[in-house]
Structure formats: structure tokens, C-alpha cells
Design a protein. Structure first.
Length: 212
């Protein structure tokens, strides 16, 4: 149910929401509320500018009353999916940095890492996977997985739209950008078709992926 400044939601079967609070503690829930209000003064967290240029503040809570600084909605029926071409990533969302320590994600990453085919090469590449409905970049040996879309490890940079840089972190074999101090983050690089080697441009703004 949605009003002008409030969305109440109940997730369908197969989906679960996880919220992370200010102490970086995760809680799961299937019913919750997102409220919005406009302000002329910048406040963190939950802020972004709408089309009028006003700052919009969001608050997120579960039906139990617990409040969170960030929320992710995970498709538990699709723990892992491979992409066949770079254009399949278009319109998908990168997993927010806050959720790389989430136990269900760590379990999937650990299983991938434990089952990697041994390699003798030192060069690496970054492969795009879908985990619980979010795009996750994993760094593997250059001769592993010759099908999935991939990026050159040296070409992936983390930055803010104001030109400043921020950290690129790693959780197991997953590579992600920590853009907490960015008012607006951007990731831009090239991504290759694993089969044809055709190169595309990939851009991620506020987690939203555009491939062209």
C-alpha cells in the first residue's frame, strides 16, 4: 500500500528483506514500511535529491518496529545465476556494500570459492554473477569461467561523481565499492562478452547498472 509519503509492503513468497541498523546488525523481515519526507537541510542517512532538487529523507522499518539505515530485498528462490551476455546486466542492481557480510551471501560466496577449478595463472578478472537477485562481482583467475561477462581487474575503479575516490573492498572473492561517504557514487568500466570478446561500456550510478 502506498501513500504520498509512505509505502507499506508485504513481500511475496520466496522473497525476504534484510535491514541493517546503525550498529551493522542484520535483521530479516517480510513486512515493513518506507517513509519519505522532503527537507531543505541535508541530513544523513537516507538522503537523495528528487527531480525538484529537494533533499528527500527515507526511513525504513519492519512491522516489528525495528528501524534500519539500509534495506535489501533478496530472492531466495534464485541464490545464484550466471549471465550469458553483458547486456543482460542492464537495468539490474549491484548489491549495496552494507550486505557483503550478510550470512546468506557469505554462504554462497564461500561455496563458489570452495568449488573453483584450480588455476596456474596469476592474472585475474572480475566476473558478474547474480546472487539472490543482485549483481555481485567476483574476482577469479583469468582462465576460469570462459562464458560469463567479465571485466579486467585493473580497470575497475571506485569513485564519486564529485571526482573524489573511495575504497574498493573484498569479501571472500567478491569485489565491491564502499561509497558510504559519497553523496552520489559512480562506477564506470568496460565489460566483455565472455564468448565473443565484444566490449561494452558498464556504468553503475547509485547501484543501478547501465550497459551499452
Amino acid at each position: 500500500m502506498e501513500s504520498s509519503n509512505e509505502i507499506n509492503f508485504v513481500l511475496p513468497e520466496g522473497y525476504i528483506a534484510y535491514g541493517v541498523d546503525s550498529n551493522k546488525i542484520f535483521s530479516s523481515f517480510t513486512e515493513g514500511r518506507v517513509t519519505r519526507r522532503h527537507t531543505t537541510q541535508k541530513e544523513k542517512p537516507f538522503e537523495y535529491a528528487d527531480s525538484s532538487g529537494q533533499e528527500e529523507i527515507q526511513s525504513i522499518s519492519a512491522s516489528s518496529g525495528l528501524a534500519f539505515v539500509e534495506m535489501g530485498i533478496f530472492n531466495t528462490e534464485e541464490p545464484l545465476r550466471f549471465f550469458e551476455s553483458p547486456t543482460e546486466l542492464n537495468g539490474n542492481f549491484l548489491l549495496p556494500a552494507s550486505f557483503y557480510n550478510l550470512d546468506i551471501l557469505q554462504n554462497v560466496l564461500g561455496e563458489i570459492q570452495d568449488n573453483l577449478i584450480p588455476s596456474q595463472v596469476s592474472e585475474t578478472k572480475i566476473v558478474a554473477l547474480s546472487i539472490f537477485g543482485y549483481v555481485v562481482f567476483v574476482e577469479v583467475a583469468a582462465d576460469i569461467d570462459t562464458v560469463s561477462p567479465y571485466m579486467l581487474a585493473s580497470a575497475v575503479r571506485c569513485g564519486c561523481t564529485d571526482g573524489s575516490s573511495y575504497l574498493k573492498n573484498k569479501a571472500l572473492l567478491a569485489v565491491h565499492c564502499d561509497s558510504y561517504n559519497c553523496e552520489s557514487s559512480v562506477l564506470a568500466t568496460g565489460i566483455y562478452d565472455g564468448q565473443t570478446l565484444q566490449k561494452y561500456a558498464l556504468e553503475a550510478r547509485e547501484h543501478y547498472l547501465n550497459v551499452f
